[in-house]
Write a protein that binds this ligand. Structure first.
Ligand code: SF4
Length: 112
């Protein structure tokens, strides 16, 4: 019967850790690709209908007079996920990412 040394145990543990880490690292890389592919296109029909822009400086105030200074996606009730991130989810645009400083005509003040 072969005995297992402490060194063998550490080698196995290291290999096991790597095996556990690889899928996580793959998800991180895949997540970045997902994010880039899913940024909301302001030119898409739904985004255009709501006047979505990646930066509040670009709001067409004549077309969307309810816009007021200080309104951004990051303080909108409909934003989802990490509100301090550059890009975040939005319940109006499922599966898409909107900009931290973006805006659209569905903006609602975030509670709290
Ligand atoms: S609903 Fe809110 S979070 Fe979504 S795009 Fe419009 S302003 Fe941004």
């Amino acid at each position: 019967m072969k005995t297992v040394s402490r060194r063998d145990v550490f080698k196995l543990a290291g290999a096991g850790s790597l095996a556990l880490l690889l899928p996580a690292l793959t998800r991180v890389g895949g997540g970045q690709a997902w994010a880039d592919d899913n940024i909301l296109d302001p030119e898409s029909p739904q985004a255009k209908a709501l006047g979505y822009v990646h930066h509040y400086d670009e709001v067409d105030a004549e077309r969307f007079p309810r816009y007021e200074a200080g309104q951004i996606c990051a303080n909108c009730q409909l934003a989802q996920g990490d509100l301090s991130a550059d890009w975040m989810g939005c319940s109006i645009f499922p599966g898409k990412l909107v900009a931290h400083d973006g805006w659209c005509n569905a903006w609602v003040l975030r509670a709290g």
